[in-house]
Design a protein around this ligand. Sequence first.
Ligand code: GN1
Ligand code: MG
Length: 366
Amino acid sequence: MTEFCRAACAFFRPNEQLTSLTPLGSGRVNDTWLAVTAAGGKYVLQRLNPAVFPQPAFVQANLCRVTAHLRANLPAESGFRVFQIFRSPTGETAWIDSSGAWWRLLSYLDGTTALDSVSSTAQARAIGATLGLFHRLLADLPSPPLADTLPGFHNTPLYLAQYDAILPQACQPEAADCRDFIAQRRADMRLLEDAKQHGEITVQTVHGDPKVGNFLFSPDGQQAVSLVDLDTVKPGLLLHDLGDCLRSCCNPLGEEVRNLDEVVFRHDFFAAVLAGYCSCAAGLLTPGDRRLLTDSARLISLELGLRFYSDYLAGSRYFKADHPEQNLFRARTQFALVRSIESQYSELTAAAAECAAQPDNSWRKK
Ligand code: GN1
Ligand code: MG
């Protein structure tokens, strides 16, 4: 891999000498490095996972459009930073290695830090406000819609059908607790897709993966300054993003917890994310979106647990894993989170209704 990293850097920056290469972040799909050059340049070097993104050209085209649109429309006072996509001297935004994988070089946002987990309601609120700003800006993205880089992404009934198909040919033993957990919730899995079919909830350009680690903060951990990992930005549901952001932000122990009794969905962080979001983007939410806020967090946690469990059964071919049971543990953590949401369902729903009733101070949908 290091040889490919060197070749990719040389392709984009032929006149700079690479001095160090350090793995960056904890992405489960793509490979990412911090590349530093002798001239002091700091870059994010990424290899797109071809097994996950079959149309890398779409990913790159979306990335260019989205970053340009964000940059052109950011309110100056927002403090939000957008990374740059570097081109080779011949104008390419991607280098393709001999195995066919696509690589790109992005600017490293110096003076920022990624959090492992949320540790205060202030951070939760900052994340919610940043997601709201992101949605608001992308609500005005001129047509045509972005290409679908990952068909079926966040289509929960489709993940359920894939799980059913994997079961007869699983290469790992079934786990009875996960099997029963899924069996008891099969009917729930249609909730967002049905609401979408009925036109009750908002479809627009969304991030697709707004988990805690994708929000960059100021070094003191107080200000959220960016939202990165834009490969899954494409048309989707606002509730996919809200649900995913909530499932990640309200789970301070992270995605791999061994003692499942410790997993808790934090009620205070839930209210804070939503308060931050609504202060920026309440005007985007329809009554249907507002009604399903708690369910979105429950559904996306259930969906991710189902995806991890299916991948465990299939031999961990999608999510990177250090050992064969890692995706099983990840699935159990998500299912524990679902249980915690279920046990606080009415309190969470009341808190969500209160947040969504707040006036949107800054902006309204035109
Ligand atoms: C994957 O690769 P990463 O870590 O950015 C996944 C998300 C999951 C997340 C869970 C394209 O994101 O959907 O929520 O892992 N991305 C894709 O950590 O499947
Ligand atoms: Mg991602």
